[in-house]
Design a protein. Structure first.
Length: 347
């Protein structure tokens, strides 16, 4: 599959409108999945507006330029703002309609690995998400009037969450479900802010911003600094040198408020750590980890079970970032079958 590549310049709203227009068909398909998900879980338009209101308010107070960009995406794609905002606050909605029940397992989302090579670190990321969003992926080159240029694969309709910027800061983000979820800035907007980081210290400051609704685990790689892991929930945070992560907290203080590790996350993490120490530290070596099917009980390169329908788990894209070169090598869909293309940060 050939990516639609969008280069967006101007104000936040203008950049959003450019992205929304270019990816309009993909956004239509992605929001159709959001509609089906909300209907399945009994969330109508009035309920959605009520659920989103505190998240929008917190975001407008802390990161207004990102809300403006989302509004631009909605206008460019000719979609209601509430639906596009819902796509950008999906994990907060999930936390209310599913985890709030208290009987369901936390999200199984994404695996990240960093390899140290002679030419610098390499960051690999699999975007593990709902099967209902399969195929709705584009490439965005976001060129703000202030701040660094960002190169990122996106699930259509959402802001970039993972990718690389002109400083060579490469970011992966993985779901981390916790019991301290609250109203606040959606984690997707926090992740977009992390993509503007200049270095490790700046990334930590952005990821741990106060007022967040929940958190992610972030895996970061840099042109010269050591790879770093950041774990966040709404109220807890930790930062340490690390080069592999999945969906359970490694720091004891953070783990105290997260859900118990799932078998799938534990299995993918153990396999990623084992392979990290075996493969050649090259783009091809890292792709072989992202394409692996030997983790138990859930593969790093997980394929959907048709019986699970829209809410089955699959890989939407796989990427390898080279911080020193400011490049991303990306395949839509699974690393085991996808065709990888390499893109350069451009400004």
């Amino acid at each position: 599959m050939t990516f639609i590549v969008v280069r967006a310049t101007g104000t936040p709203f203008e950049r959003g409108r450019i992205i929304g227009g270019a990816l309009a068909n993909h956004i239509h398909d992605s929001l159709a999945f959001v509609d089906r998900y909300l209907a399945t879980h009994g969330v109508d338009a009035t309920t959605l507006d009520r659920m989103l209101a505190p998240y929008v308010a917190a975001s407008e107070a802390a990161l207004p330029h990102l809300v403006e960009q989302i509004r631009g995406v909605a206008e460019g794609a000719e979609q209601p703002f509430a639906k596009v905002m819902a796509a950008n606050a999906f994990e907060e909605i999930y936390g209310q309609v599913e985890l709030g029940v208290g009987s369901l397992a936390p999200l199984e989302r994404c695996t990240d690995v960093v390899l140290a090579s002679a030419g610098g670190s390499l960051l690999g990321h699999t975007e593990q998400w709902y099967a209902g969003d399969d195929g709705a992926v584009g490439i965005v080159i976001d060129v703000p009037q202030e701040g660094p240029v960002v190169l990122a694969p996106v699930v259509a309709g959402t802001l970039p969450l993972v990718g690389i910027n002109e400083h060579g800061v490469a970011v992966g983000a993985m779901s981390l479900s916790a019991r301290d979820e609250r109203s606040g800035i959606p984690r997707a907007l926090i992740a977009r802010d992390v993509l503007d980081a200049r270095d490790a210290a700046d990334a930590v400051a952005r990821a741990t911003r106060s007022g967040r609704a929940g958190g992610y685990s972030y895996q970061l790689a840099f042109p010269t600094e050591a790879a770093r892991t950041i774990e966040t929930t709404a109220t807890r945070q930790a930062s340490f040198e690390g080069s592999a992560h999945t969906n359970h907290a490694l720091d004891a203080t953070v783990a105290d408020v997260t859900f118990p590790p799932s078998p799938g996350s534990l299995g993918r993490y153990a396999r990623a750590v084992a392979l990290r120490d075996r493969v050649e530290p090259t783009v091809a070596g890292l792709i072989s980890i992202l394409a692996d099917h030997e983790a138990d009980p859930q593969h790093i390169c997980v394929h959907p079970d048709p019986a699970d329908g829209d809410e089955g788990s699959t890989i939407l894209f796989a990427m390898v970032a080279e911080p020193a070169q400011r490049t991303l090598t990306i395949a839509s869909g699974h690393a085991c079958t996808g065709t990888f293309e390499t893109f350069q940060v451009q400004w």
